[in-house]
Design a binder for this molecule. Structure first.
Ligand SMILES: *[C@@H]1O[C@H](CO)[C@@H](O)[C@H](O)[C@H]1NC(C)=O
Ligand SMILES: *[C@@H]1O[C@H](CO)[C@@H](O)[C@H](O)[C@H]1NC(C)=O
Ligand SMILES: *[C@@H]1O[C@H](CO)[C@@H](O)[C@H](O)[C@H]1NC(C)=O
Length: 312
């Protein structure tokens, strides 16, 4: 975080927890005074990571000022325009800002929050849009179409076949490793199950892994239903399911690679895109010979049969 954004963050916090978070005349006056070519919108929603933020232009700011003004006038000058909520987690409101000093917190002004959310759609994941929409209420029914676009990726878990999967991220599990890229990791992709939970070995079967070691991570995955297959490179496909390989970044992190029907291996590092190359850009024929640094420790092969796994 830059010093400016820290200041800004502190400012937002004080606004959120200030005596009056609901949009009122004071906020309106501040909003009308905002003036800069590229105001920033921040959706105040996360606790652990930076909030989503994007830029708007002067015309958009103008229409927001107008909307806020009209909405407040039409409300018989009441200070609030939606139900007061006591939510402390998740959606808190939006911030429109030109600088740390010039920023306005928006909450409790339905029409404007609607407008802000619509404008932010393409910067936000579906789950966030749906969360804010649910918070704001049914008024936002036209946001349903965003949801519909991704509906088949929201009905999790989505399991691949018990045969060896094809390497084709656009069709694999309905393309949901792309649509829901940030919510599915190497374990989801390796086991070929879309969970949208960034699944962790062991968690689905009741006890998440404890240590970033081959034995602990291996045992956690076996509890989830993976079957240990030793350390020798498989040559033929298993009777059911497909092969995965476990790698460890010692004491730090884990990684999974899977074998596809073309005989090559592919993987999905964390929330990044699915790929079929290693760090050197080479196709993966023998995972132990590929470069997956910093996941340098190769552990073993396992058989993953999607229908039999408890992955979450
Ligand atoms: C709201 O208050 C403003 C002045 O503060 C006044 O001009 C306006 O007529 C009022 N609107 C309504 C609907 O009462
Ligand atoms: C499970 O743990 C035991 C004991 O630590 C170890 O011998 C075994 O290799 C582990 N299994 C896997 C699949 O790593
Ligand atoms: C690994 O899987 C193959 C194919 O199913 C099987 O023939 C082999 O015996 C397995 N190896 C181990 C060590 O389980």
């Amino acid at each position: 975080m830059t010093p400016q954004s820290l200041l800004y963050f502190a400012c937002v916090i004080s606004l959120i927890f200030g005596a009056n978070g609901q949009f009122n005349r004071v906020h309106l006056t501040k909003l009308q005074a905002l003036d800069c070519p590229e105001p920033a919108i921040t959706l105040n929603i996360f606790s652990g990571t930076p909030n989503p933020s994007w830029k708007i232009n002067k015309e958009q700011l103008l229409s927001m000022k107008k909307m806020a003004n009209d909405a407040l006038l039409n409300s018989n000058n009441k200070t609030t325009l939606n139900k007061l909520t006591t939510r402390v987690m998740g959606y808190q409101g939006f911030t429109i800002s030109c600088s740390a000093e010039q920023s306005v917190f928006i909450h409790g002004l339905y029409p404007l929050e609607q407008l802000l959310l619509r404008g932010g759609r393409r910067h936000l994941s579906t789950s966030i849009v749906v969360h804010v929409k649910n918070h704001l209420g049914e008024v936002m029914s036209d946001l349903e179409d965003v949801r519909d676009d991704n509906a088949n990726c929201n009905h999790v878990p989505i399991r691949g076949p018990d045969t060896v999967p094809a390497y084709d991220p656009s069709t694999d599990d309905n393309g949901c490793f792309i649509t829901k890229q940030s919510e599915n990791n190497c374990y989801a992709y390796g086991t070929d199950i879309v969970t949208n939970t960034f699944p962790q070995p062991g968690r689905g079967s009741g006890k998440k892994w404890s240590f970033n070691t081959c034995t602990d991570m291996g045992n956690a995955s076996v509890r989830d239903g993976l079957v240990y297959n030793g350390t020798k490179l498989p040559t033929a496909p298993p009777e059911k399911g497909h092969f995965v390989a476990l790698f460890i970044w010692p004491d730090t992190n884990f990684h999974w690679i899977r074998m596809d029907s073309n005989g090559y291996w592919s993987h999905k590092p964390g929330g990044t895109a699915v790929r079929n190359k290693d760090n050197r850009g080479l196709p993966i024929t023998d995972p132990t010979k590929s470069d997956f640094s910093p996941w340098t420790q190769y552990c073993a092969y396992f058989v993953a049969q999607p229908s039999k796994l408890q992955v979450n």
